[in-house]
Design a protein around this ligand. Structure first.
Ligand SMILES: Nc1ncnc2c1ncn2[C@@H]1O[C@H](COP(=O)(O)OP(=O)(O)OP(=O)(O)O)[C@@H](O)[C@H]1O
Ligand SMILES: [Mg+2]
Length: 190
């Protein structure tokens, strides 16, 4: 978060950071989360794209870049929050995940507007990130196709629900591992 602030990313102002107790005191943003503001102007999404590009250029990935982790204040300025899953990385994969998470959360919040909002977002990202931004977008599309990421998140967030759909899909549970009909002789272990 401190790195992001230094790189000029719009984040709440860090006031006090105490690593031994994992404490961060930061300025309060009065407003709402982007999820509830995503019907707003394209300029807002574009600005969010610019922030993510700045973050990536500074060598940081967010790790949970969803519409719930962007706060929009009363003047319409977005602030990136929740760096709990953030890390130092310049990897295409991690950058692609950040883009994909924004796309997926827009699709979940505002299905009919998501395409346009993501395109506004990516316009800002591309303008600021510059060369290589299309590679990040391409990678996010590949990750989406792979589906790996979603399986992992569904698994982490809603284990009972995940198991139910796994079973409904012909899977079963043996010796603490998930097995699926028609998979390899060893089954598929999660
Ligand atoms: N600087 C801030 N100013 C105002 N409200 C904030 C600020 N930071 C967080 N919040 C509020 O707290 C909520 C949760 O914050 P945050 O996203 O950081 O944590 P989380 O998602 O609950 O936790 P986790 O670290 O487990 O992902 C936000 O949706 C927002 O409403
Ligand atoms: Mg959060």
């Amino acid at each position: 978060m401190a790195k992001a602030a230094r790189a000029g990313v719009s984040v709440p102002l860090p006031i006090f950071i105490d690593p031994p107790t994992f404490t961060i005191v930061e300025s309060r943003v009065r407003g709402r989360i982007l999820k509830d503001a995503s019907d707003q102007a394209p300029s807002l999404m574009k600005f969010v794209g610019v922030q993510l590009a700045k973050l990536h250029l500074s060598g940081v990935v967010h790790g949970d870049f969803t519409t719930s982790n962007v706060l929009v204040d009363q003047s319409g300025t977005p602030f990136i929050i929740d760096f709990g899953l953030g890390s130092s990385s310049t990897g295409l994969e991690e950058r692609g995940v950040d883009l994909l998470l924004m796309k997926k959360s827009l699709e979940a919040n505002a299905p009919s507007l998501a395409k346009q909002l993501f395109s506004d977002f990516f316009e800002g990202y591309r303008e600021t990130f510059g060369e290589g931004s299309d590679d990040v977008l391409r990678r996010s599309g590949e990750i989406e196709k792979r589906g790996r990421y979603y399986a992992e998140r569904a698994f982490e967030r809603d284990l009972p629900g995940y198991l139910k759909s796994w079973k409904a899909d012909g899977g079963s549970l043996h010796n603490g591992a998930l097995w699926h009909q028609g998979s390899t002789s060893q089954g598929e272990e999660i």
